[in-house]
Ligand binder design. Sequence first.
Ligand SMILES: *[C@@H]1O[C@H](CO)[C@@H](O)[C@H](O)[C@H]1NC(C)=O
Ligand SMILES: *[C@@H]1O[C@H](CO)[C@@H](O)[C@H](O)[C@H]1NC(C)=O
Ligand SMILES: *[C@@H]1O[C@H](CO)[C@@H](O)[C@H](O)[C@H]1NC(C)=O
Ligand SMILES: *[C@@H]1O[C@H](CO)[C@@H](O)[C@H](O)[C@H]1NC(C)=O
Ligand SMILES: *[C@@H]1O[C@H](CO)[C@@H](O)[C@H](O)[C@H]1NC(C)=O
Ligand SMILES: *[C@@H]1O[C@H](CO)[C@@H](O)[C@H](O)[C@H]1NC(C)=O
Ligand SMILES: *[C@@H]1O[C@H](CO)[C@@H](O)[C@H](O)[C@H]1NC(C)=O
Length: 358
Amino acid sequence: MDSSKIHVGFWFGLASLMVLDLLSSGVWNRPVWTSVSSFPRQNKTSTIPKDELEEALEGASMENKTLIIGVVNKAYTKEGSMLDLFLQSFQLGEGTQFLRNHLLLIAVDQTAFDRCNLKRLHCCKLKTDGVDFSGEKVYMSNDFLKMMWSRTLFLTEVLRRGYNFIFTDMDVMWLRNPFERLSHELGEDLQISCDFYNGQPLDWTNPINTGFYFVASNKKTIALFDTWYASKNESEGMKEQDVLGRLIREGVIQQLDLRVRFLDTLYFGGFCSSGKDYGKVVTIHANCCVTIKPKIRDLRAVLDGWIKFRGRSDGTSTGKSNSTSTVLWPSYEGCFGIKPNSTSTSNQTSTPSNQTLL
Ligand SMILES: *[C@@H]1O[C@H](CO)[C@@H](O)[C@H](O)[C@H]1NC(C)=O
Ligand SMILES: *[C@@H]1O[C@H](CO)[C@@H](O)[C@H](O)[C@H]1NC(C)=O
Ligand SMILES: *[C@@H]1O[C@H](CO)[C@@H](O)[C@H](O)[C@H]1NC(C)=O
Ligand SMILES: *[C@@H]1O[C@H](CO)[C@@H](O)[C@H](O)[C@H]1NC(C)=O
Ligand SMILES: *[C@@H]1O[C@H](CO)[C@@H](O)[C@H](O)[C@H]1NC(C)=O
Ligand SMILES: *[C@@H]1O[C@H](CO)[C@@H](O)[C@H](O)[C@H]1NC(C)=O
Ligand SMILES: *[C@@H]1O[C@H](CO)[C@@H](O)[C@H](O)[C@H]1NC(C)=O
């Protein structure tokens, strides 16, 4: 736990417009990521002088250069807010406690950075000049979009440095260790959660959700993220999730020969759609929901149910395991107001109309 004071300052362009201009004029063919101390990019493996980002990545990653990355702002790090709930899920989850040490939080404002450090997590600070990221950012506002894109740029750099990661939104509860549920069968490059799942793990028409995914670092995934970021320019007003969705529909998986697995919502669920089974759930995401308050309320209810489920099924009293969940999954009263009738069987590919940042 020597990580409490890592400060990584990134100047993501003097203004993001500058980056756009340069990208479009073809001067830079890769995302521009200017850190304080510049370093040679050509030699990927050996002679790169260690900078602060590298230290942060090293500190958080497992032996196989794999880590968990999340983004936080002031609103999400408030006492009793999303970050607390998120960390609580790690604590209450099955075999998830140790994962806290492999979590790197990207703070987008000073307050979030300070609070992250107070919790003795691995933290680094993403700096985007001229934008105040501290408030709650409502879906599709300008700041929301800027934030989304700057995080895509950041994640590209992480891949370029050879780190695999799970990216997680903060409104995802980790109830079981996702690494154990992820597949290694095909040498998957990307395994991504979905708003809805059509039962076909390799079918790219599954509507993705970028709130939770695993990506392995290699040439192909770096190319994917480069392409993703580069599309920012032609995707005015679209958020990065929709842009990636569009790229997929346009065939980027085939073009880059990516092995992509779409994650079953039975295990990697969300409020849009999930198995609603405590015996199966690995992660649960408050997607299809608008703002922080109702998300927190409903995620708490999920956690409460989880506590009951664990109390009944894991050895604390009788020792016998009861694999079918007997605890009812909560309805999402905060997010949906009334009890939803049925699990969604929607065939829609559009994302919910309003979401909150992070
Ligand atoms: C990589 O490093 C080696 C030895 O330090 C050097 O000879 C080589 O030119 C470098 N390659 C590039 C592409 O910079
Ligand atoms: C890295 O190691 C962890 C812990 O052993 C394992 O669960 C995970 O699957 C590994 N990740 C990769 C990408 O191999
Ligand atoms: C990229 O953005 C610049 C500046 O907004 C614009 O002039 C240019 O036409 C865009 N290029 C493409 C391919 O959309
Ligand atoms: C599982 O739990 C239910 C309800 O708590 C109980 O009726 C049932 O006997 C349990 N099954 C086993 C195998 O423990
Ligand atoms: C819920 O179910 C009832 C009875 O099946 C039906 O009348 C009602 O329209 C449903 N409500 C929603 C929101 O689907
Ligand atoms: C969704 O399914 C309904 C009926 O099952 C169908 O009428 C509708 O056209 C479908 N929508 C899309 C976008 O496929
Ligand atoms: C989405 O949020 C915006 C801004 O808060 C609001 O104006 C709009 O009505 C919302 N749209 C829907 C469908 O809720």
